[in-house]
Structures are given as C-alpha cells and as structure tokens.
Design a protein around this ligand. Structure first.
Ligand SMILES: Cc1cc2nc3c(=O)[nH]c(=O)nc-3n(C[C@H](O)[C@H](O)[C@H](O)COP(=O)(O)O)c2cc1C
Length: 177
C-alpha cells in the first residue's frame, strides 16, 4: 500500500467485465502518479471478476460495493478524480440514464455534480456497442465532460491473444487539460 499525506484521492470504479482481472495494474500506476486510491466495485464485479484481496492489499482500504449504514463514517474521503475501468455496457447505459441502483453507478452519477474529472475505459463488444442506446449514452456522457478511452472490445486478435487494455490510458485522460 502507498499512503501519501495530502495526496489526491482517486476513486477507481470496477465493473464486471472479464478484463477487470487486471485492475491492480491501474491501482499501482495511479499510486505511482501520486494518487491515493479507493476501489468501488459493482456487485457483479465482486463475483469473481478480480482478486479483491490483492486489490485491498494494494490500496490498504476495503473495496466498497454497498452503501454504508447511516451510522457508519464515510469509508473514503471525497474524490479528487474518478475513473471507471473497465466500464461495461450495462453501467455506461445506467450512468447516462441517471440510475443509481448500485453504489458504483451512483458514485459515477454524483461525480458530475462534484465537478471532478472523470475518465472511462469501456470494454464492450462490437455487437453490444452497436445498440443505439449505448451510442446515445456515450454522447450524453461526453457532453457531461466524461473523458472516454478508445473503444476496446476484448475480442482476441488474429494471433489469438487479447490486445493490451492499456490501463494507464485512464490516468492519461485525467491529465488532459
Ligand atoms: C466472463 C464474463 C465476462 C464479461 N465481460 C463483459 C465485458 O467485457 N463487457 C460488458 O459490457 N459486459 C461483460 N459481461 C457482462 C456483465 O458482467 C453484465 O452485463 C453485468 O450485468 C454487468 O454489471 P455491472 O455493469 O454492474 O458491472 C461479462 C460477463 C461475464 C460472465
């Protein structure tokens, strides 16, 4: 775990896409760039999509997925920036529609009002990305200032391997003026 007094606090929202298994790379890269990191996973993402114990060891904080009870203190400080990686078809559409049925998507919805920079790395197959609702969601979220990485489908290349997801793209997008 990397703790730095006064370091900016980054929320990393993780959705249930197969590529989520690599999210530790994003946490480490963010810490190397001076962020303290708190991870918020969708309930579906906690269902075996990544090594939660390893990620908690990296951040030094429990992964959040459910709302706290009113009596509990806020587990994370307010965010200075938010990234969602991987962002699923489901979460992107709910986010754009303003639905807050998971802590993860409600956190994304709230980030707009907080005025903090938000970057998203979708991992969505072409067949799903073709849905008009998804295209409208991207347009709406871009209009809200969300910075999107290039489309990534997760499909294997001709050599059978999946292309690199490029986790650091999320941090590069935050750096953009
Ligand atoms: C092994 C596996 C891999 C998946 N990969 C993706 C993916 O890359 N992108 C995606 O949008 N959905 C993917 N899904 C479907 C999502 O898990 C599903 O839509 C889920 O409801 C998303 O919930 P969330 O957005 O709350 O995380 C995958 C499902 C499974 C079982």
């Amino acid at each position: 775990m990397t703790e730095q007094a006064g370091a900016p606090f980054l929320y990393v929202v993780v959705c249930a896409a197969g590529i989520a298994s690599g999210v530790g790379k994003l946490v480490t890269a963010a810490q190397e760039r001076g962020f303290e990191v708190g991870v918020i996973a969708t309930p579906a993402a906690l269902n075996g999509f990544f090594d939660t114990a390893a990620v908690e060891a990296l951040t030094g904080r429990p992964i959040r997925s459910a709302w706290r009870t009113p009596a509990d203190p806020r587990p994370f400080p307010p965010p200075d920036a938010v990234v969602v990686a991987p962002a699923t078809f489901n979460t992107v559409n709910k986010w754009a529609a303003g639905l807050g049925d998971t802590l993860a998507v409600a956190t994304l919805c709230e980030a707009y009002g907080l005025g903090v920079p938000v970057a998203a790395l979708p991992c969505v197959a072409d067949a799903l990305a073709a849905h008009p609702a998804y295209q409208e969601s991207l347009e709406r979220l871009r209009g809200m200032g969300v910075r999107f990485g290039e489309p990534y489908t997760g499909e294997p290349q001709e050599d059978g391997r999946r292309p690199e997801f490029g986790w650091e793209r999320a941090l590069d997008l935050l750096d953009r003026a």
